[in-house]
Design a protein around this ligand. Structure first.
Ligand code: 4AD
Ligand code: MG
Length: 436
């Protein structure tokens, strides 16, 4: 490489005027085409892609040979001059004068027309594809925007343990493991119970962490390990926390829509559809939801949980998320606050994403009264000893409070208009997939 090279990342070519300049870059070969004296390489780095051309007459014999033998997904260093070229896909091209192969790739296993399961086995390599890179860069923006929103509002980011000793969301989906001296431990289903302890120190907290569910259901929206954005707020009731949910989701949607417009378009999602996700979102009581479903000839009774079909039916005609609130007590976890006027329902909400995507948030007000909590634990047949620390929170300075959990991959699947939740994360974990 010559000493005066301007070392760049590919995105700089599109952001700055580098036409006529000598630049050097590092990356991978995305596509390759040769004809006689010319080798065209589309080179990709962490920021973008650019067409490069090696002309036999412009380079040393050795450099041309390297260009000729380099294979798809080999890593390389190269330098050359930036040219404007209307025929190049991005409007620019690099006329190469030096090239060094860093890692010559074996024949790349991913070619056209391969099965989904093959691609999932090759996930570690498939992540270099345009589709997955686009989704992952949008995913990054979801994390960035969420943290921005919390920072503006003065929320404190906290962390809870992943090894836990008791269930938050019922025994059916617990992953159990051995934890020394024959003690049982579980992988956390939700950080909520720990956030409830932390609000008594910080009032407004959030965490972004994995949650685990031994979910037997093989659907397009269940993972066994997912990223969970959870929020808990002191001095807060159901209506307060519903507002937090719609403002947060709206902020993320708007920022992602603006910052990732081209990426969304590439995935077939109109950024405008996401940009118009502005509060208020429609609020539908569970009672009304059941009536709506029955009118649409769905076979549900009051007291049934809402599954994929029910949620799809309820959200099909909306272009913004909606809330379903006040579900029957018997289909929700023990910690939800029973309505004092109607003890058969609890003050909770689910946010359902539009277009049939369904539940992306579960939340609500928590029981803050000691006796009510003890009664609910008993009704659910839970072992009081396992929850002593959680019960303590009602013994020492209890307060009304509420919170929620947002499934990051569910949010991304909706924003990116994906067919399946597994493409919303880099290395999906499902009932049938633990590799790579
Ligand atoms: O509705 P869930 O089970 O609620 C809770 O865990 C509460 N403790 C959260 C809280 O209030 N802090 O889960 C919350 C969200 C769901 O709405 C969904 O988006 C996501 O977590 N989720 C899953 N995402 C992918 N795969 C799974 N198996 C999921 N289970 C839940
Ligand atoms: Mg739920």
């Amino acid at each position: 490489m010559s000493k005066n090279d301007h070392s760049i990342q590919i995105s700089e070519i599109f952001e700055e005027d580098l036409v006529g300049e000598q630049v050097s870059l590092r990356g991978w070969v995305y596509r390759k085409r040769s004809s006689g004296n010319l080798v065209f390489l589309i080179v990709r780095d962490g920021t973008g892609m650019i067409q490069t051309v090696i002309h036999k007459d412009n380079v040393s014999e050795k450099t041309f040979e390297e260009g000729d033998r380099i294979s798809i997904e080999s890593s390389l260093k190269m330098s050359g001059v930036v040219r404007e070229d209307k025929r190049a896909p991005e409007g620019y091209e690099i006329s190469v004068n030096d090239l060094e192969i860093v890692g010559l790739a074996k024949p790349f296993p991913i070619t056209k027309d391969q099965s989904t399961s093959f691609l999932l086995d090759q996930r570690h390599l498939w992540l270099r594809s345009r589709k997955l890179r686009t989704i992952m860069i949008i995913r990054n923006q979801v994390f960035v925007a969420a943290r921005e929103w919390f920072k503006k509002g003065g929320w404190i980011e906290v962390q809870a343990p992943m090894f836990v000793s008791a269930a938050c969301e019922g025994g059916a989906t617990l992953f159990e493991l051995n934890y020394f001296e024959n003690q049982k431990a579980y992988l956390t289903q939700s950080s909520q119970l720990y956030l409830e302890a932390l609000i008594q120190a910080f009032e407004k907290v959030f965490t972004i962490a994995p949650s685990f569910r031994a979910e037997k259901s093989r659907t397009r929206r269940h993972l066994t390990e997912f990223w969970h954005l959870e929020v808990e707020a002191a001095w807060s009731d159901l209506e307060n926390i519903v507002k937090v949910q719609e403002e947060l989701v709206s902020y993320i949607a708007q920022k992602v829509s603006k910052r990732m417009a081209n990426e969304l378009k590439f995935l077939g999602r109109d950024p405008e559809a996401i940009y118009q996700v502005i509060p208020p979102f429609e609020r539908v009581s569970y009672d009304d939801a059941i009536e709506i479903l029955q009118e649409k000839k769905i076979d549900v009774q009051w007291g049934d949980d809402l599954g994929t079909i029910e949620e799809k039916t309820l959200t099909m005609d909306y272009d913004k998320p909606i809330f379903i609130y006040n579900y029957p007590k018997q289909i929700k976890a023990f910690y939800h606050y029973p309505d004092p006027e109607r003890p058969e329902i609890v003050k909770c909400d689910d946010m359902l994403a539009p277009e049939g995507y369904g539940e992306i948030i579960g939340g609500g007000q928590r029981i803050h009264d000691l006796d009510v909590l003890l009664q609910r634990l008993d009704e659910e047949g839970l072992n009081i000893e396992d929850y002593q620390w959680y019960i303590d929170l009602r013994r020492y300075g209890t307060i009304p409070h509420s919170g929620f959990g947002l499934g990051i991959e569910r949010l991304i699947a909706w924003i990116c208009k994906l067919d399946h939740i597994r493409d919303a994360c880099a290395f999906p974990r499902t009932t049938t997939r633990l590799y790579p």
